[in-house]
Design a protein around this ligand. Structure first.
Ligand SMILES: [Ca+2]
Length: 319
């Protein structure tokens, strides 16, 4: 059911994109009228994103794309949520530099050759109730660019200055861009992969049936990952029973599967299912999840490999 929903969404946005191609022609005509002090190259530079299919840029296990529309910050965030993500969260200087360069050909709606309009919405906003700047993704603020002399110019919704801007890589929040239609920018959408492993109960004994579930999602572009599924045992060691060094998760991938296991008599104690997606090149963890449960009683005689033989929950995961 879930994957059908996603396909419907993709189809809907494909139809929307076709409409935009038609609308794009009309906007191009009006842009050339407005761009009285711009040059032909500048006008062309602003047009290509319109009407293109979603083309994802991959960085550090995350996928990034521009919003289809120039809009208010809130509308851009809404578009990001509809694709399974949020307006971009910039976690460090490397990501900030990559975004500044990768999306440098992006300008506000009425761009007319002015490099100061080389900007995009990011997910950084001022939360009045806590009187602090936050990320809309709810990730913690680990990095920010509150640089003199521009920041934040009285606004509460932030954008990034791209590579052609006079202050590339810095942020600003001039409210003009949220309120004046012709100065509205596009936004950068960031989506990540997700993995979730879970059981139906937290305590089991011999001959109980355990229901183990695994969900994997990749709302962005296709990318390769290493997949590890393991079980931490009461003695502190971990048994890895699925360890695929490189599996390509297709764009828009949604996987959800569960398995019933009849538990033999195993050593009593705390066990933890562990599911991890790693970057196959750097080995860094992209996402992981755990599910802890307790085994009570039992003779403790059965080798765990007997259970693990039953865990084939991702055998059809794709190669
Ligand atoms: Ca990020």
């Amino acid at each position: 059911m879930k994957s059908k929903k996603v396909k419907a969404k993709v189809l809907a946005s494909a139809i929307f994109v076709v409409l935009l191609v038609a609308i794009g022609g009309a906007i191009a005509a009006s842009a050339s009228v407005q761009a009285i002090d711009g040059d032909a190259d500048a006008i062309e530079r602003v047009m290509p994103p319109i009407g293109e299919k979603i083309s994802w840029h991959i960085y550090n296990g995350h996928s990034y794309t521009l919003t289809n529309n120039w809009s208010t910050w809130a509308e851009a965030e809404q578009e990001a949520v509809s694709l399974g993500g949020h307006l971009v969260t910039i976690n460090d200087d490397a990501e900030n530099a990559w975004l500044t360069e990768t999306f440098k050909d992006t300008y506000v709606r009425s761009y007319s050759g002015d490099p100061w309009q080389n900007i995009v919405w990011i997910g950084y906003y001022y939360d009045a109730s806590s009187e602090s700047w936050k990320w809309i993704s709810q990730e913690p603020v680990t990095y920010y660019r509150h640089d003199y002399p521009l920041w934040p110019q009285g606004g509460t919704r932030a954008y990034l200055h791209l590579a052609y801007h006079p202050y590339p890589g810095t942020w600003n929040a001039n409210p003009l861009h949220d309120t004046d239609y012709s100065y509205q920018p596009k936004g950068i959408i960031e989506v990540g992969m997700g993995i979730s492993i879970y059981t139906d109960k937290t305590s089991y004994t011999t001959n109980d049936t355990m229901h183990v579930g695994l969900d994997v999602t990749n709302p962005g572009g296709a990318q390769a990952v290493s997949v590890g599924i393991g079980l931490d045992k009461p003695d502190g060691s971990t048994v890895w029973f699925i360890n695929k060094p490189s599996v390509t998760l297709p764009a828009g991938f949604e996987y959800s599967k569960d398995k019933l296991i009849i538990l033999p008599s195993i050593p009593a104690g705390i066990y933890t299912w562990r599911a991890i997606l790693d970057d196959p090149v750097t080995g860094e963890i992209i996402c992981e999840d755990t599910a802890e449960w307790e085994f009570v009683g039992g003779e403790g005689l059965t080798d765990l490999t007997e259970i693990l033989k039953e865990i084939t929950i991702i055998e059809d995961f794709g190669e």
